[in-house]
Every structure is written in C-alpha cells, then in structure tokens.
Design a protein. Structure first.
Length: 148
C-alpha cells in the first residue's frame, strides 16, 4: 500500500483543493492530509478564516482523503515521515525552487517528493477578495437593519 501525504492550510475549501486532492490520491492507495495549525498558517500565508478544527473536519469529509491530521508541520522532516509511514509527499507546483528546497528538503533528498499541478484561477485569497468586493458593492441593507 502506498501512503501519500499532502500538507495544506485547507481554508475555505474550493475546487482547486478538490483537484489537488484527487490528483494526490491517484498517486497511491491512502491519502493523508496534514492541515497546518492556525499559527503556522498565519506565519506562512495569512490568518485562516476557519479554525484548524473546522479545516480538519472538511478535509476528513472529502472523498479523496483517508486521514486528516491537525497542526501538521509546515516543514516536513524524517521523523514526521516515519511517524506516519509516508511513502510519497506531494505539494502544489506553485512553490518556488527555493521554497521547495526549504520546506521539502528531506522528502526531496529521499526521492519521495512529487509536485502536483496547481489549479490556477482559484484560491482562498481570491475568494476572500470576492467576498470583500461583494460586501462593498452590496446595495441591499444589512439583514440586521430594521425598517424605519
């Protein structure tokens, strides 16, 4: 059995996440998703909208995911790989070579790292911007406003 490991923030789950997870699962028999903790996600990208518990629950509900692990490390090391019996580590190909070499040095050196094509045109950051634009552009009164 080939155990594939993918790590992600997994905030505001969208079709890009689904495409990534589907491709990751196709590389093995069992897909483990490590979900970054709130502090690591904030340090690495931005503060997540959903809590780590909410993000893990969404990952666990995805049909391609066999196991979701909360508070996964941003940088994968040999102890993590051994602890979870990981045969293959994957990540989107949106990281620079420098980022890949830093965060995935160990699995790269072990020869067990594979990039997965990033789904362009959708991201959690883009969804947040859309929400802000929709809120700013809304001409409807707030649902909390009372008629005069």
């Amino acid at each position: 059995m080939i155990r594939v490991y993918a790590d992600m923030v997994a905030d505001l789950f969208h079709h890009g996440h689904v495409a990534f997870l589907k491709q990751a699962r196709a590389l093995g028999d069992y897909l483990i998703v490590g979900v970054s903790g709130d502090d690591d996600a904030t340090d690495g990208k931005r503060h997540p909208i959903l809590t780590v518990e909410e993000r893990v629950a969404v990952m666990a509900a995805c049909r391609y995911v066999d196991e979701a692990i909360p508070n996964a490390p941003w940088r994968i090391d040999s102890d993590w790989i051994a602890q979870h019996h990981i045969d293959l580590v994957v990540h989107g190909d949106d990281y620079s070579k420098q980022e890949l070499d830093y965060y995935y040095k160990v699995p790269i050196e072990m020869g067990i790292f594979r990039p997965i094509p990033y789904t362009y045109g959708i991201s959690t950051t883009e969804i947040i911007l859309r929400c802000k634009e929709a809120d700013l552009g809304s001409k409807k009164p707030s649902s909390l406003a009372r008629p005069v």
